[in-house]
Design a protein around this ligand. Structure first.
Ligand SMILES: Cc1cc2nc3c(=O)[nH]c(=O)nc-3n(C[C@H](O)[C@H](O)[C@H](O)COP(=O)(O)OP(=O)(O)OC[C@H]3O[C@@H](n4cnc5c(N)ncnc54)[C@H](O)[C@@H]3O)c2cc1C
Length: 390
């Protein structure tokens, strides 16, 4: 292996953990990822391997049995998982994000109830915001939770829920006050457990990439949950809580962009050294050197930007600007780099025998999910304007 992918992690212990995950990825994930992906099969043995490494409890506080590692370490781990197969970092994403929301905003009863079960993991988590008529405009959701005695009754349709079939608990965004203005004041988040009567997981989407992990519809038909399922116990706070947790998701997706781009680059530079055209390896043609130089520069910038955003989150301050910039840049360059890697491979890059076509198909979801690139730009601009008041 030519490069130490953990070299930019500032904390040596975190760097060692990222290195160990990288060794596991090279040994266990790289050889089998395309087979699982082409079959769209859930990679249970790899998920068990991630659990053995403690990755499902990576952000859970030690008091609840987790590893309580830094966001910087988490970003490095996600880069390495995605370097092997992007879907693995997706399987862990909403799990860590929902765990973070419970830890930061849950009641002590909710922390005690769920956090220890996320570590092994006994249960996995999913996040459900998106609906048929509300994606980027999350305040336009229609799913309603109506108070009824000691319970809430939830009705509505959700879609694009990653981990939607196998999760044990779902953080679900609802309206408790549909008439509220501004709308976010009427939005509340609930921790809905699998098996709740009236709550079902529906159609699994057949996707371009991001396979192996299921993305589904959810439906709520008079699904009754106890009032204790309301995150934080307070109505009207769900939108802020979920938006804050999405910073963690954006660090994950940015890291995935870096990991997939790195995998594509590694394959491309090796191939360019072996493939001969016009009497010499193609890497000796200057056009290919320039292409590789541009790819590597973009990946390095994306890696540093992402680790910087993670360190900002570690410092305890809101980091929408940093996480937004990292997510925007890392996922956009991932699209460019995977296409450039295909160009370097010529026709063989288009074959399903090499993992390149998988990187190429996995890249687009990252510019869409967890907030599209357009939405990241809006978030970034809003933050910048706050810093330059007129
Ligand atoms: C594979 C996959 C997994 C997903 N997993 C989850 C999940 O686990 N949980 C969950 O809740 N959701 C999930 N999503 C949903 C995802 O977050 C949404 O698809 C995304 O937020 C975009 O919403 P939309 O699809 O409704 O697009 P729209 O909001 O309809 O956007 C369509 C286009 O309009 C643009 N646009 C919208 N508003 C503006 C604006 N104000 N200014 C400029 N342009 C704008 C968008 O950038 C985009 O280009 C997933 C999606 C995919 C594809």
């Amino acid at each position: 292996m030519a490069r130490d992918y953990a070299a930019d992690i500032s904390d040596p212990v975190a760097g060692e953990i990222v290195s160990n995950v990288g060794v596991w990825v090279d040994k266990e994930v790289v050889p089998v990822a395309s087979d699982y992906e082409h079959e769209d099969a859930f990679p249970q043995p790899l998920v068990d391997g991630m659990a053995n490494l403690g990755l499902f409890g990576i952000k859970v506080p030690e008091a609840y049995g987790g590893l309580d590692l830094s966001f910087e370490c988490y970003a490095g781990v996600c880069m390495e998982l995605a370097r092997g197969w992007m879907s693995l970092a997706g399987i862990i994403n909403t799990h860590v994000l929902v765990g973070y929301a419970i830890q930061e905003y849950g009641t002590e009863e909710q922390r005690q109830k769920f956090l220890p079960r996320l570590v092994e993991p006994e249960i996995r988590c999913a996040l459900s915001i998106t609906e048929p008529d509300a994606g980027s405009d999350a305040q336009a959701i229609k799913t309603q939770a109506r108070r009824d005695g000691d319970d809430y009754v939830i009705n509505g349709q959700k879609m694009w829920v990653t981990n939607g079939q196998r999760a044990g608990v779902y953080l679900v965004l609802t309206k408790t006050d549909p008439a509220a203005s501004p709308a976010h004041r009427g939005i509340s988040a609930f921790l809905v457990e699998a098996g709740t009567a009236g709550f079902t997981s529906g159609k699994k989407f057949d996707k371009l990439g991001y396979k192996g992990v299921e993305t589904t519809e959810l439906s709520f038909d008079d699904a009754r949950v106890p009032a204790s399922a309301l995150l934080s116990g307070e109505e009207g706070r769900g939108f802020q809580h979920v938006m804050s947790a999405l910073e963690v998701g954006r660090i994950n997706v940015a890291s995935r962009g870096v990991g997939v781009a790195q995998a594509a680059f590694d394959d491309a530079i090796r191939y360019a050294q072996k493939r001969v055209a016009f009497g010499k390896p193609i890497v000796e043609h200057q056009a290919q050197q320039i292409r590789l130089a541009e790819m590597a520069t973009k990946i390095r910038a994306a890696r540093l930007l992402t680790l910087d955003a993670a360190r900002k989150k570690d410092s305890g301050v809101r980091s929408d600007l940093d996480a937004g910039m990292a997510k925007l840049f890392a996922t956009e360059i991932c699209q460019e780099v995977t296409l450039d890697a295909l160009r370097i491979h010529g026709g063989v890059g288009y074959s399903k025998e090499l993992p390149l076509e998988r990187y190429y198909r996995d890249a687009p979801v990252m510019v869409i999910a967890e907030g599209t690139s357009d939405i990241q730009k809006i978030v970034i601009a809003r933050n910048l304007l706050r810093d330059y008041p007129v």
